[in-house]
Design a protein around this ligand. Structure first.
Ligand SMILES: [Fe+2]
Ligand SMILES: [Fe+2]
Length: 231
């Protein structure tokens, strides 16, 4: 039994959105995802997929993309990425009911992995694209969602946590954020995140050990589309 993570598949089985325009790392990326997931992950493993699953704008346009994810090996837990338009944040419970036994959508809830709780949310960081007011609004909302996930896991008796975000835990240049503080306060042992594409962005936030917590970037292109073993 093992825990794996990778994100940013940016699938488009139903939409015309070739990804190779983003550089040679993306050439045949869907084939690579399938090949490496089948090579490394087995049915008894858990696979956290850290957001930006599909370019589809609604559930119907994402149907084939989510089906592709469903067919990958292991128990699949999905985070919400900034591109996941099919996932209405207020309707996560509905998605979980619909995909029950096939996919688990992680937001305002948690999953267990042995004696670890898998907690997470989309997260947010400042990328210079929105006003500072809007940034604080989204970040506060995401901080509250993450806290809810931790609190539910704690109430269920969990003392060990692995924290997942789609966005990097800090904005560029920040030494800490509400997300890194929460990881510390609850005693998370690892923080896993995604979203960063291209070598100019891979160092946007923490990687390695910071304050006794291991930070890992698992965006697909960073990993060469080989899922990363977390535990
Ligand atoms: Fe992405
Ligand atoms: Fe993203």
């Amino acid at each position: 039994m093992a825990l794996y993570a990778m994100g940013d598949f940016h699938l488009s089985f139903s939409a015309d959105k070739p990804m190779d325009v983003f550089g040679k790392a993306w050439k045949n990326h869907v084939k690579k995802i399938e090949k490496y997931c089948r090579r490394y992950i087995s049915e008894e493993d858990t696979f956290v997929i850290t957001g930006d699953h599909s370019w589809g704008r609604n559930l119907e346009e994402c149907r084939l993309d989510l089906q592709f994810i469903e067919n990958l090996p292991g128990r699949k837990i999905l985070l919400r990425g900034n591109h996941d338009m099919f996932w209405d944040a207020k309707k996560t419970a509905k998605l979980n009911a619909y995909f029950d036994g096939r996919l688990f959508f992680l937001q305002n809830n948690f999953a267990s992995y042995g004696d670890y709780a898998i907690v997470g949310t989309k997260g947010y960081c400042y990328e210079g694209k929105d006003s500072i007011e809007h940034f604080f609004k989204i970040r506060d909302r995401e901080t509250a969602r993450l806290k809810d996930s931790f609190e539910q896991a704690k109430a269920a008796g969990f003392k060990k946590f692995i924290m997942f975000l789609h966005y990097p835990p800090t904005s560029i240049g920040e030494q800490e954020s509400p997300f890194t503080k929460m990881a510390k306060d609850y005693g998370a042992s690892k923080v896993i995140y995604s979203h960063c594409h291209g070598k100019d962005r891979y160092d946007d936030s923490f990687k390695g050990w910071v304050d006794g917590i291991e930070y890992k970037l698992v965006s697909g292109d960073y990993l060469g589309f080989k899922p990363e073993k977390i535990l």
